[in-house]
Design a protein. Structure first.
Length: 432
């Protein structure tokens, strides 16, 4: 891969020197190329505009939820999907319009649903019978008719990593289709005047490269509604569009996935003589993943002759648990000179007290020295979002870069932040 560099041969991110960013903000550091985020958001929208179909692109904010990303989504005119009171709170704190939020999740609490109804969340994607009942009661108490979609388990396996495929029948998400639960939920919701049932939702999994699963899903949702004699206003096919982490990944352009979904639903609408339903997609990873990278400072190394070279950096599974959790692969480059010829293959390990704490399983790199900056690529989705304080390491800062300018959007945690919620144990009050 050819990396963009400046006169010092340093890696640049949207016109900004990565080594300067590391010096300015410290490492580990999450850096997002905002131009790239905007480009992807626009590419998704453009295909629907071109096909002249009604649509909503809803950013699945679980991939990366901070005030700043909701601001960008709002500015680009896309909606956002949330899955918790915490994401709702963050979106509202960013000034994101509640009407443009949808709320997913298999066990939303009474308090979370109340918070959402009070805030005026546009659409709640109802996942189960308890939620159907609670939401009806909460909507009645607040004298609103709440717009909802029903989430269906479509029984489609997306052939992805088992942990991140959510569409198969044995799933905790959604109303089961094969055993008639989905139809029962539809009948209840249709008759409930506290709810405005607008359509169906199904999400088949994540990091999917093939359009077939999306086409099947879209067709299944349309066929299901049709079999109930119902014309839905909305068909939401979820997210899951795959991205390139390494050369082993071969994603299609975003627009190809959307085009396949549009074509499928156009054909269904024509066959059923429906007005074109509003098509909703919920991309998370594809919007923020490729736009993010993590900068680390290289530290110690351990060379085991004839076996392996370990190169350790100042972060690890606390800022990116995906390699440890999913055996995920990443590419990394030496930010001090990304296009230098490589001379060795190393395993990039973190600083956490755990053998599985790996960031890159195998990486060819030029000669490096302690203090050099390593940039792990495509870490923008489910990195910061899944970060922890394991080993009581503070979570890194997040910087947005756009057209040569940079801004801190999440401050680095301090040691004081880490103990801020701790309370001393009153030893004097314990019995002898
Ligand atoms: N919509 C629903 C209902 C979802 O459950 C998800 C992801 C998305 C949209 C967004 O999918 P995306 O476009 O980001 O693939 N932590 C895992 C990914 C879990 C995804 C869960 N649901 C990872 O790091 O790979």
């Amino acid at each position: 891969m050819d990396y963009s560099t400046n006169a010092q041969a340093h890696l640049t991110i949207d016109g900004v020197d990565a080594v300067t960013l590391a010096d300015t903000y410290g490492t580990p550091l999450y850096v997002y190329d905002v131009s790239k985020i905007r480009q992807t958001m626009r590419a998704f929208k453009a295909i629907f505009e071109r096909e002249a179909v009604p649509y909503v692109v809803s950013y699945a904010s679980k991939a990366f939820s901070t005030k700043a990303i909701y601001q960008v989504a709002q500015q680009e005119g896309i909606h956002a999907d949330i899955v918790s009171g915490g994401e709702l709170y963050t979106a509202l704190a960013a000034g994101f319009p509640a009407a443009h939020l949808s709320f997913n999740g298999n066990n939303k609490s009474w308090d979370e649903l109340t918070m959402a109804v009070r805030a005026g969340v546009g659409t709640i994607i109802v996942d189960n019978f308890l939620e159907l009942q609670w939401l009806s009661e909460i909507a009645a108490a607040h004298q609103v008719q709440q717009a909802v979609l029903l989430r269906i388990s479509p029984g489609i396996s997306a052939h992805t990593h088992e942990f991140i495929s959510t569409g198969q029948q044995d799933s905790k998400f959604g109303f089961d289709l094969l055993t008639g639960q989905a139809k029962r939920a539809y009948e209840i919701a249709r008759l409930d005047t506290n709810l405005d049932l607008r359509g169906l939702h199904a999400h088949i999994g994540s990091q999917i490269f093939d359009v077939t699963g999306f086409e099947k899903n879209a067709a299944l949702l349309a066929d299901t509604a049709h079999s109930w004699g119902w014309i839905p206003a909305v068909i939401n096919v979820g997210g899951g569009f795959g991205i390139r982490y390494t050369d082993d990944d071969t994603p299609l352009p975003e627009s190809d996935y959307a085009a396949a979904i549009i074509a499928t639903l156009k054909a269904k609408a024509e066959a059923f003589a429906w007005p074109m339903p509003e098509i909703w997609i919920e991309p998370g990873r594809s919007i923020v993943g490729p736009a993010g990278q993590t900068l680390y400072t290289i530290g110690s190394r351990k060379d085991i002759p004839n076996l392996r070279q370990y190169l350790a950096v100042d972060g690890g599974m606390g800022d990116n648990i995906r390699p440890a959790l999913y055996q995920a692969n990443y590419d990394a480059v030496l930010a001090n000179d990304p296009n230098a010829p490589t001379t060795e293959v190393v395993r990039v390990a973190g600083k956490y007290c755990e053998s599985g704490d790996v960031l890159v399983w195998e990486q060819a790199l030029p000669k490096t020295k302690p203090g050099d900056i390593l940039a792990v690529q495509a870490t923008g989705a489910y990195g910061y979002a899944m970060a922890s304080n394991y080993n009581r390491n503070p979570r890194p800062a997040v910087v947005f870069v756009e057209n040569g300018a940079h801004q801190l959007v999440v401050a680095r945690e301090t040691y004081a932040d880490i103990v801020a919620l701790d309370r001393a144990y009153d030893l004097a009050s314990t019995p002898e």
